[in-house]
Design a protein around this ligand. Structure first.
Ligand SMILES: [Zn+2]
Length: 338
């Protein structure tokens, strides 16, 4: 047991003191997909005191190729990712406190999770949430590490409020091509490289070695053998609405707006009630049975009809697969839930 962290402690920039510091740190990982699985496992093995994981999805077969914490059983039973992740992570290290939430990050409930968080890892898959995280991180002065990957291309950048330019400052540098893993695919090495860079930065922040942080915006293509680092030192702007001298945090207002998202590339629409609703899933399972085949676990209820699949989470969120039209999704939602 006592040997667990010996190799990490031998690493001089961490040492015994750094290991003690890690034990008292709390990292929030937003997203428990491929990047979130990889960084959560690395941090839990490294002996971080507490890891909080937030994700809104459940495990699907197409996740197993790269989302390292999950198994076929998780996919068969449609287990929410954070529940499956917690089980696996706790097997790896019982000393780490693991707190999980089945939650869409765009909610007030999410903001409440920021209490005593030392650092946020971006393991999400879209820029709406990243800019939301960016504003939260600036407002609450929490360092965060951006990461994204698609195909064989990855990017990462470390943001320390008051020290580095923020993601908003970098708008002109960050390409948002709209390509997603659902449309152009992804190979697992891309994930592992981004997560490895992210976790290295996280360890530096947590042991207080700010001077060692990589200051550039890093991108690579592991298939085309390309690697770029963009120097962004001069990009920080005093007029930035997120990190400037008079911030308005424009993306935080967004949290009250989005109630209906088209889940891009997945042929699905998510509907989120403005306030969390707690449904009796058992009772609803009985109600939905005439519509189609029901699958259920303690966290969600899935109903497969001839035309679409309707997945209801305990917090009242619904994902309707097999539709792309928001109006159609709404009418199904109101038809089934009133
Ligand atoms: Zn900024």
């Amino acid at each position: 047991m006592h040997d667990r962290y010996s190799r990490q402690q031998l690493f001089h920039p961490i040492g015994q003191l750094g290991q003690q510091q890690l034990k008292h740190k709390h990292v929030l990982i937003v997203g428990a997909g491929a990047l979130g699985s990889a960084s959560a496992e690395a941090l839990v093995r490294a002996g971080i005191g507490k890891v909080t994981l937030v994700d809104r999805d459940y495990v699907e077969w197409s996740n197993l190729q790269r989302q390292q914490l999950y198994t076929e059983q998780d996919a068969l039973q449609k287990i929410p990712k954070v529940i499956a992740a917690k089980q696996r992570l706790q097997q790896i290290n019982t000393e780490v406190t693991i707190d999980v939430h089945i939650l869409d990050a765009h909610t007030e409930l999410f903001t409440a999770l920021l209490d005593d968080v030392d650092l946020i890892i971006d393991a999400t898959d879209n820029f709406d949430i990243r800019f939301f995280l960016n504003d939260l991180a600036q407002k609450y002065r929490i360092p965060w590490v951006y990461g994204s990957c698609v195909g064989s291309y990855g990017a990462t950048y470390t943001i320390v409020p008051g020290v580095t330019p923020c993601l908003h400052c970098l708008l002109s540098v960050v390409p948002n091509t709209g390509a997603t893993c659902d449309t152009v695919g992804i190979i697992s090495p891309t994930v592992q490289i981004v997560a490895a860079y992210q976790v290295a930065e996280v360890l530096k922040v947590l042991v207080g070695d700010i001077a060692a942080l990589r200051k550039s915006y890093l991108t690579f293509d592991v298939w085309r053998n390309q690697h770029y680092e963009i120097n962004v030192d001069s990009i920080r702007s005093d007029s930035c609405p997120s990190c400037g001298t008079n911030p308005s945090y424009p993306y935080l207002a967004y949290e009250n707006q989005t109630k209906l998202d088209i889940l891009c590339g997945r042929d699905a629409v998510q509907i989120r009630p403005p306030q969390p609703v707690h449904y009796d899933l058992q009772q609803l399972a009985n109600q939905f049975r005439p519509y189609g085949e029901i699958q259920q676990n303690p966290y969600l209820l899935s109903c497969q009809t001839e035309d679409y699949r309707f997945v209801l989470f305990q917090d009242g969120r619904v994902v309707i697969h097999g539709v792309q039209d928001v109006q159609q999704a709404k009418s199904i939602y109101y038809r089934l839930l009133g």
